[in-house]
Design a protein around this ligand. Structure first.
Ligand code: DZT
Length: 282
């Protein structure tokens, strides 16, 4: 098969939409609430006994006030990365919305369907787009300086657990190994968004039509642009990724619900995040 002119234009549009909404210099990250990592200090290593620790390490013989810095920092270390992660994800959702709006066919859907598609796919598209910052060198998402280099432990300090993080990192490694072209990467995100089987979607046929047009374009692109040696099963492998994303999405939902219930500081979760992933206290 050959790429039609119309398919070429679609790909160019998607690539431009992605470039406009993904800043590979990550220069906005310094505006997020800063990352707070358990730094290996004594208070952090012994976060379960902050008061004992501080009594043993000082000449005081009284309990420090609840707000005494060392003890509180250690005791509250549980969700120390949550503000930064929540800001990063909220920011990314805004970028995903910007990307969606530039996909031909999205704006023509009614607002309710736009919302249903975005709510259901936001975390999946964030997983996909984050592959750009992921590196197999040390299995981290590297977004500039060490401050914004994220590893599994950082996401755990935001309250997530290995049941999500282990398959998430495996997914990132396997995505990296597919070594997708930019055209394939952006088509996959668009195909993921236009999934007609998401909860609440009214006009399933319209969504399916757009998705089929996108998948046809992906098949044609792989067939005529991807080097012969590595295109075998590439389309099938990409479709398989969509299935894996569904199960990561499901596990994320469970853990998010737990975190949003555990979060003592409700300001930790920005309003957009509560709207997209749900607000248990609402
Ligand atoms: C502080 C550690 C950051 C690690 C980010 C890795 C990553 O449930 C919540 C809403 C509270 C949090 C959801 C996130 C769960 C774990 C997860 C992390 C899922 C999907 C991706 C990630 C993404 C890394 C980046 C992005 C968000 C991209 O948009 C931009 C850049 O590639 C970094």
């Amino acid at each position: 098969p050959q790429l039609l002119e119309e398919q070429e234009r679609l790909i160019a549009t998607l690539i431009e939409a992605h470039r406009k909404t993904y800043d590979a210099s990550y220069s906005d990250f310094s505006q997020f609430r800063p990352p707070k990592r358990g730094d290996g200090s004594p208070e952090c290593r012994n976060a379960t006994n902050p008061f004992l620790m501080s009594l043993l390490n000082s000449d005081m013989d009284e309990l420090p006030k609840a707000s005494a810095s060392g003890a509180e920092a250690a005791a509250g270390d549980e969700l120390s990365m949550l503000p930064h992660l929540a800001d990063l994800v909220s920011y990314s959702i805004q970028k995903v919305i910007g990307f969606a709006k530039m996909i031909p066919g999205f704006k023509e859907l009614c607002t309710e369907d736009q919302i249903s598609l975005l709510k259901a796919s936001a975390i999946e598209i964030i997983i996909l787009r984050s592959n750009e910052s992921f590196t197999m060198e040390d299995n981290s998402w590297t977004c500039g300086s060490n401050e914004f280099k994220y590893q599994i432990g950082d996401v755990m300090q935001a309250g997530h657990k290995l049941e999500l993080l282990e398959p998430l990192v495996k997914f990132q490694v396997n995505m990296k190994k597919l070594d997708l072209h930019e055209a394939e990467h952006v088509l996959l995100m668009a195909i993921c968004l236009f999934s007609p089987d998401r909860p609440g979607v009214q006009d399933r046929c319209r969504v399916e039509e757009v998705q089929e047009h996108l998948t046809e374009t992906l098949r044609a692109y792989i067939a005529c642009r991807h080097p012969l040696s590595c295109k075998h099963m590439l389309y099938a492998k990409m479709v398989e990724k969509l299935t894996e994303l569904r199960s990561l999405n499901e596990e994320h939902s469970k853990q998010y619900l737990q975190i949003s219930q555990d979060a003592v500081n409700k300001e930790d979760l920005p309003p957009l995040l509560l709207e997209v992933f749900g607000n248990p206290t609402a």
